[in-house]
Design a protein around this ligand. Sequence first.
Ligand code: FE2
Length: 251
Amino acid sequence: MIYGVISDVHSNYEALSAVLDYLEDLGVDGWICCGDLVGYGPDPDACLDRIRALKNLSIICGNHDLAVLDRLDLEWFNQYARAAVVWTRSHLSDANRAFLEGLTARLNTPDFTLAHGTPRNPAEEYLMSPLQFRDNVPLVDKWPLFVGHSHMPLLFRYSEADADKIESRFLDDKEEGLPRIYGGVMAPVALNPGSVGQPRDQDNRASCGLYDSEKGTFRVFRVPYDIGAVQEKIRAAGLPEYLALRLAYGQ
Ligand SMILES: [Fe+2]
C-alpha cells in the first residue's frame, strides 16, 4: 500500500487541497492523518468535508480538535490558539462535529501506529527528543509510528551504526527510504510528516509525506500553496492577525 501522510491541517483548505492533489498525482492507495484537523485556520468545514471523503483513511484527532469539542482545557493554549478554538466552535457543521467526536488521539492498526503527540500522552506531549522516543518505544506494538503536533518533519530511530544511540533529525524533501525492515519486521521508527496547514520550520510550503508499506520507505514533500488567499480569509473571519502573518514565515 502507498499512503499519503498528513497532519496538522488546521483548517487551511488551500494547503490541504494542494497537498491532496499533489499526493494523489503520485498514486496513493490510502491515507494517514495524525490529527489537528481544525483550529488556527478559517475553513474547518471545507477541510473536514474533504478529509472525510478520503478513501482508506486512518485518522486520529489532536489537541485542537479536542479543545473545540470542549474535551481539553483551554488553559493549555496561547491567546491566538484559544481565540481560534472558540471561533471554530461556532463554525462547524453538526456532521463534522460528530465526525470529530468519533476520533481518538491514538490509534493502533495492523500496519502502523498513530499518535498525535506521543503514545504515552497523545493529546499533549511533543515528540522532540531522543529520550522521549526511547521512553515511548515500549508502548508501540506496530511500527512505524506516525505523529504530528510539533508541526516539524522529523525522524527518530535507533542508529544503524550504534544500536544504543538514537538518530533524531529533521527531514527535508530530498531524501527517501528511511525506515528499515529487519527479517520482515519494521524496526522502531517515528515519523512526523510536518504540518499541512501551519509549518513551523521556516519553510512556508505545506508539508506532507508518502509511505510505501511494502518497500518500507517514507519521503517528505513540500508543496507551495496560495498563502495570500488564506491570510485574506483569516482576516475576513476576524481571527487574530498573527495567525495570518505566521503562515508567510513558516513559523
Ligand atoms: Fe497542531
